[in-house]
Design a binder for this molecule. Structure first.
Ligand SMILES: [Zn+2]
Ligand SMILES: [Zn+2]
Ligand SMILES: [Zn+2]
Length: 257
């Protein structure tokens, strides 16, 4: 099964306008170092319609059938109206995520589903396995300040398990339910926003690596990387030193699961 990190960056992307840090300066010269906002895709499933979704879909050139939204921060949901190119769509999130998606569709597309479109919205409960067509999904809650509801997902399909942390504070390291669902996943997509963790907000490098160790995934891809984090090669070195089976995502990093 193939999966792809469409966008590897955090809310501002890299380069961030007017920023002259090392990552931003380099990314202005080398397009391979740019980071668009986070989206992830596998088997017709999109996790988080980022504000860069048009750019992602145009290059991906594959059908989206299901959309899972981790939370309603703009860097994870603002691209939702871009999905109007798809006739049929199932949208999954907790209540706040579903309501925001509906609101964006109503504002920009004239209704919860645009004309001639069959879009269905589904609220997922937290911390329960839910059976969907062809797969099972577990939506766990994360601690992510400034928003009421935020979560991650574990998908089980075709005998494989894919876990996506969404945005999360380091509290996830003590969340038994989330850890149990993610444990031994074939692929873990973990956020690694900053150099140092911010409690209740985001993971830093050390805690993101600690999470990968705890989960013991077959392969871990680190994403949602801020321009203010270390450079790509320093982060890669940290993974090698920690003997983590995985990599730091760039935009359009493909993974064979
Ligand atoms: Zn984010
Ligand atoms: Zn910068
Ligand atoms: Zn967020």
């Amino acid at each position: 099964m193939k999966a792809v990190v469409l966008g590897s960056g955090s809310y501002s992307g890299t380069p961030k306008p007017l920023c002259s840090c090392e990552n931003c300066s380099r990314a202005r010269i080398n397009p391979a170092l740019r980071r668009t906002r986070f989206s992830f895709y596998f088997e017709g499933i999109l996790v988080d319609p980022s504000p860069d979704l048009h750019y992602h879909l145009e290059r991906l050139n594959k059908k989206v059938e299901g959309v899972f939204i981790t939370h309603a921060h703009f860097d994870h949901i603002a691209g939702f109206p871009e999905l109007q190119v798809f006739k049929e769509l199932d949208v999954y999130s907790h209540g706040q995520g579903v309501e925001m998606a509906k609101r964006l569709a109503s504002l920009f597309l004239g209704g919860a589903a645009p004309d001639n479109r069959e879009w269905r919205y589904h609220r997922l409960p937290f911390n329960e396995w839910v059976e969907l067509e062809g797969m099972r999904v577990f939506h766990f809650r994360t601690v992510h300040r400034s928003i009421e509801n935020s979560g991650g997902f574990v998908f089980e399909l075709k005998g494989k398990r894919i876990a996506v942390t969404g945005d999360t504070g380091p509290e996830i390291l003590g969340d038994k339910d989330a850890l149990r669902a993610m444990e031994g996943a074939d692929l873990l997509v973990a956020e690694m926003t900053h150099r140092e963790s911010i409690p209740g907000v985001h993971l830093g490098v050390r805690e993101a690596i600690a999470l990968a160790r705890k989960v013991g995934a077959g392969y871990t891809v680190f994403a949602h990387i801020s321009h203010s984090n270390y450079t790509h090669e320093v982060l890669e070195k940290r993974l090698r030193e920690a003997k983590i089976e995985g990599e730091v995502a760039r935009d359009f990093t493909w993974i064979e699961v």
